[in-house]
Design a protein around this ligand. Structure first.
Ligand SMILES: C[S@@+](CC[C@H](N)C(=O)[O-])C[C@H]1O[C@@H](n2cnc3c(N)ncnc32)[C@H](O)[C@@H]1O
Length: 333
C-alpha cells in the first residue's frame, strides 16, 4: 500500500485553524448562533433564518467551527451544542456567559486586536488610541459595558473567594483595594467576626455592591469608599488586592503600593492576590496579553512582585499558594 500523497494545505492545517479561529468565533458570537441554538438539534437553514444570515454561508461557518471542535454535527447541516460551544452562550446564566459577554463578544474589543502588531512593535497598549480614553474612563462612559465587566469579575472569581479568604490572615481593619462588587471582602468578613472592612474602588465599579455589605448583616462592619488608589487609600491594618496589580505597568503598581505604605498603620500587611506567570496555567500567557491590550497591564512572577514591594518601601514576606489558581503574595509596612 502506498502512502497517500499530501498537499501542503494539509500540513498547514493547524496553522489555518489557529489563524482563522478568532474570526470564525467572532462572527458566530455577533450573529448570536450559540444563543439561538437551543437544547434540541437545529437545521442550519432555520438557524440562519432566525439569525438573519445567509443559509449557505452559515452552513459553511458551522462546518468550519465544527472542524475546530465547536458544536456537535448530528446530520448533514444539523447541529447541536457540544461542551465547547455551550461555553459560547451569553444567555446561559452562568459565569462563562458573563465572560463571553464581557470579553469575547463585544465589538469594542476587536479593534484592539487589529492593532496588536503595532502594539508589539511599539510596546504601547492600543486602548486609548483606539477608543480615545483609557479602559476605566471608557467604562465610566459606557455603563452597560461597565456593568457587564463588573458582573463578569464577580461571577468568574466567585468560586475562589472562600479559598483566598482562608489564605489571608487579617485582624483589625482590612481595605479591599479595587475590590469591585465586594464578594471577596464579604467572604473575609463572614469568616472573621472581629475584622472591619472597607471596599475601595473607583465610582464606576461601585454601582452594584453586594447588598450584604451595604444593608445586610455585615453593613455595621463595612464601609464603601470611592477613590483612585493611585492617589490615596484609606488607613488600615491590612490591604488586599486581587487581580489589581495585573491591570497596571510597574510604575503604577509601585504608585499604588506606595499609597498603601503611606496610609497603612504600623506593621500593616499588604496581600496581593494573582496567578503567577510561571504557574504553568495555559490561560495566564493569554490573560497577560489581554490585560496589556485593555489596560497596559501584565502578569508577573514572585520575584517581580518582590521588586515592586521593595520599590514601594514595603518589606517582602513571601508568596504562598491557595487552593485556587491564585497565590497570595505578601509584604509588610
Ligand atoms: C480585575 S478587577 C478585580 C476586582 C476585584 N478585586 C475582584 O477580585 O473581584 C480590577 C478592579 O480594579 C479597579 N480599579 C481600576 N482602577 C482603579 C483605581 N484607580 N483605583 C482603585 N481601583 C481601581 C476596577 O474598578 C476593578 O474593580
Amino acid at each position: 500500500m502506498t502512502d497517500r500523497p499530501t498537499i501542503v494545505f494539509e500540513t498547514m492545517d493547524p496553522l489555518f485553524r489557529h489563524a482563522l479561529s478568532g474570526y470564525l468565533l467572532r462572527t458566530a458570537l455577533v450573529l448570536g448562533l450559540p444563543d439561538l441554538m437551543g437544547s434540541e438539534p437545529v437545521a442550519v437553514a432555520e438557524l440562519a433564518r432566525t439569525a438573519g444570515a445567509d443559509p449557505d454561508l452559515t452552513a459553511r461557518l458551522l462546518r468550519a467551527l465544527h472542524g475546530l471542535g465547536y458544536f456537535h454535527r448530528i446530520g448533514p447541516d444539523t447541529y447541536t451544542h457540544n461542551h465547547l460551544s455551550l461555553l459560547l452562550r451569553t444567555r446561559s446564566g452562568d459565569a462563562s456567559a458573563e465572560v463571553v459577554s464581557g470579553f469575547l463578544k463585544p465589538e469594542w474589543m476587536w479593534p484592539l486586536w487589529e492593532r496588536f502588531t503595532d502594539a508589539v512593535r511599539t510596546g504601547a497598549s492600543p486602548f486609548s488610541s483606539v477608543h480615545g480614553k483609557d479602559f476605566y474612563s471608557f467604562l465610566g462612559d459606557h455603563p452597560q459595558v461597565a456593568e457587564n465587566f463588573n458582573r463578569a469579575m464577580t461571577l468568574s472569581l466567585g468560586p475562589t473567594n472562600a479559598t483566598v479568604a482562608d489564605a489571608l490572615e487579617v485582624s483589625g481593619h482590612l481595605v479591599d483595594v479595587g475590590g469591585g462588587q465586594g464578594a471577596l471582602l464579604r467572604a473575609v468578613l463572614e469568616r472573621s467576626p472581629t475584622v472591619r472592612g472597607t471596599l475601595f474602588d473607583i465610582e464606576v465599579a461601585l454601582g452594584n455592591v453586594d447588598p450584604e455589605l451595604l444593608t445586610g448583616a455585615l453593613a455595621g462592619r463595612c464601609a464603601v469608599v470611592a477613590g483612585d488608589a493611585r492617589e490615596s487609600v484609606p488607613a488600615a491594618d491590612a490591604y488586599v488586592m486581587r487581580l489589581v496589580m495585573h491591570n497596571w505597568d510597574d510604575d503604577t503598581c509601585v504608585r499604588i503600593l506606595s499609597r498603601c505604605a503611606e496610609a497603612g498603620n504600623a506593621g500593616a500587611r499588604v496581600f496581593v492576590v494573582e496567578a503567577l506567570r510561571s504557574g504553568g496555567l495555559s490561560f495566564v500567557p493569554l490573560m497577560d496579553l489581554q490585560m496589556f491590550m485593555l489596560v497596559g497591564g501584565k502578569e508577573r512572577d514572585e520575584d517581580e512582585f518582590a521588586a515592586l514591594f521593595s520599590r514601594a518601601g514595603l518589606d517582602y514576606v513571601g508568596a504562598r499558594p491557595t487552593a485556587s489558581v491564585f497565590h497570595v503574595i505578601e509584604a509588610r509596612k
